[in-house]
Design a protein around this ligand. Sequence first.
Ligand code: ADP
Ligand code: NI
Length: 217
Amino acid sequence: MDELFWNELLAKTRIFVRETMLCTDPGHDMWHIERVCRTAVLLARKEGANINIVALAALLHDIADAKFHQGDEEKGPALAMVFLTQNKVDEALTAEIVYIVRYLSFKTSIGFSPVKSIEFQVVQDADRLDAIGAIGIARAFSYGGFKGRPFYDPDVVPEKFSNPEAYKNSQAPTINHFYEKLLLLKDIMNTTTAKEIAQERHDFMLQFLDQFFEEWA
Ligand code: ADP
Ligand code: NI
């Protein structure tokens, strides 16, 4: 596939994603997709991953997030598959992108270890980087608000989830999500470049939590 094919494909993908994504919470909107795509391309340059594949997978990674589709985990991979096939992407690359869309997310990684190409690693790191730091904090409270959760409840202690179902069904206050997911992400970044970026964002969340509890008290 030459550069012209790729440019047209990425442009069409952007339009498809914008039209297909539901009106979700502001933490899972087209801006999330564009941030993840930008970060993924930046990581790809540093880590020697294929930039076009990474951009395509990043654009499609939340095409039908199960959280906003009654828990249907198959919808995203299925939509990506149809879109890529219709747009004449060859079978091998289609399979590669669909695999990334299917196994990228934090919850599917609980209790399952997918085989990760460097492109998979880079897109996953980019998605995880968008879950931490200042934007990560904003996204967590946006989702919590969307779900009608309290910020914090001193009587509800954070849990350690050992299966995706328990994680998905959690109704816990938003502050718990920092301990249940966000603060864990720094140590599970795949690439060195993402680990470096994650450290600063992680420290910022710790500072935020200190201040939050100080004000609460
Ligand atoms: P993935 O899409 O990688 O499976 P999640 O579904 O856990 O990841 O969440 C994606 C983002 O949605 C999180 O980074 C966070 O911003 C928000 N989010 C998900 N679950 C919660 C929650 N229980 N409380 C607050 N924010 C959440
Ligand atoms: Ni995402």
